[in-house]
Design a protein around this ligand. Structure first.
Ligand code: KDG
Ligand code: MG
Length: 408
């Protein structure tokens, strides 16, 4: 069997998605997600101009060889654009292989290690009553683990807090803004640090000790600020504190670790196992947050998670709505198969997105299952996709109260 075409589809049913469809001379097709929020067209050009021509005529069965050819063979390696492009190819080839075998992908990864993947949902509120309502709504939908984000008194819109209720955008807490300039938000870390422990105290008092609670610091603290927050949150027994500091500095996690037993998760902006070597070998984190879509696909994620498992570190695969349903399905097959599964982030996609991407994965009683459909279990409706052309969109930019640009 040979690859006969590799076509990039861009669609924007509320937000932009980049999908690679690989077709073989025997008529089999596979889908891969290459969506990189706010930089989508860079991946499109990389795939269309530099990768697709190299795929034609290759044997789709040789996934490892194709991965290594795209990684080592390009000379320039790593980085989010390259690794999203490689991920799109890799996942599409796994989709083809599993369809060929007539099996769901998780069977090729070793079979099911569990009945379903524990998912966490995103609760948020501008004040405690709104937050409690949001937590209750998520519990009513079946979630058994909840991420908690709140507004900060004195600041306007901040990361992770729903600003538009209802309809398609309900879970899109950080939509890329659909116009040609990023919006700006204001940030004050000291105000955040003063406010957050009281919020978790109130949530624990209201919802009891059992419910797993998570929080995303979204890269905004210095190491010593994160250490202080981790210590102050210890009485509220978080499942994890995510992205406490900007991700480039692995040594920062060493300082945080020395001060707190709050579990730490990091890695949604990492794209290579090499971003994790210190973090894993020194056990500086508890959860690996990379997305299949941004870290080189199923092939690379399986290796990364197996290495994490050596150190007793578990998975917490990134699953916001800017990962397409194709990337989400790939994550779910890994979640079901690997031994060291931790938790799966789940922001359900909008109804409009699910008209473009026909999914078969299901969410029941707090657990996600990728389904037993052969392959990934996701198909792309070309007509629906074509009805939603690309719209320029950016993530927000943060500024401190004095105007200094800060990590968002
Ligand atoms: O594109 C950026 C989003 O994926 C990110 O802001 C979401 O931090 C995020 C999360 O934990 O889901
Ligand atoms: Mg995050």
């Amino acid at each position: 069997m040979k690859i006969s075409s590799a076509e990039v589809v861009v669609t924007s049913p509320g937000r932009n998605f980049v999908t690679l469809r690989i077709t073989t001379d025997e008529g089999l097709t596979g889908l891969g997600d290459g969506t990189l929020n706010g930089r989508e067209l860079a991946v499109v050009a990389y795939l269309r101009d530099h990768v697709a021509p190299l795929l034609i005529g290759r044997d789709p069965a040789n996934i490892e060889d194709t991965w290594q050819s795209l990684y080592r063979g390009s000379y320039w390696r790593r980085g989010p654009v390259t690794m999203a492009a490689i991920a799109a190819v890799d996942v599409a080839l796994w989709d083809i292989k599993a369809k060929c075998a007539g099996m769901p992908l998780y069977q090729l990864l070793g079979g099911a290690s569990r009945t379903g993947a524990l998912a966490y949902g995103h609760a948020s509120g501008r004040d405690l009553p709104e937050l409690f309502d949001s937590i209750r709504a998520h519990l009513a939908e079946g979630f058994r683990a909840i991420r908690v984000q709140t507004a900060i008194p004195g600041l306007g819109t901040v990361y992770g807090v729903a600003t538009s209720g209802g309809g398609d955008t309900r879970y899109d807490y950080e939509p890329a803004q659909r116009h040609p300039q990023p919006v700006e938000e204001t940030w004050d870390t000291r105000a955040y640090l003063r406010h957050l422990p009281g919020v978790f105290e109130a949530v624990r008092a209201e919802f009891g000790p059992e419910l797993p609670l998570l929080h995303d610091g979204h890269h905004r603290m210095t190491p010593i600020q994160a250490a202080k927050l981790g210590k102050e949150l210890e009485p509220y027994d978080l499942f994890w504190l995510e992205d406490a500091t900007p991700a480039e500095d692995q040594n920062a996690l060493r300082l945080i670790r020395q001060h707190t037993t709050t579990p730490l998760a990091i890695g949604e902006v990492f794209n290579s196992v090499h971003d994790y070597t210190t973090l894993l070998s020194e056990r500086l984190i508890d959860y690996v947050r990379s997305a299949v879509t941004h870290a080189g696909g199923v092939t690379a994620m399986k290796k990364l998670l197996d290495l994490a498992g050596v150190y007793g570190i578990r998975s917490g695969i990134h699953g916001p709505t800017d990962i397409s349903p194709v990337g989400m399905a790939a994550a779910l097959h890994l979640d079901l198969a690997i031994h060291n599964f931790g938790i799966q982030e789940f922001m359900p996609h909008s109804a409009r997105t699910l008209e473009v991407f026909r999914t078969s994965y299901r969410f029941t009683d707090g657990l996600l299952h990728p389904s037993d459909t052969p392959g990934l279990g996701v198909e792309l409706d070309d007509d629906a996709a074509a009805a939603h052309p690309y719209v320029p969109a950016y993530l927000p930019v943060n500024r401190l109260t004095d105007g200094t640009v800060h990590d968002w």
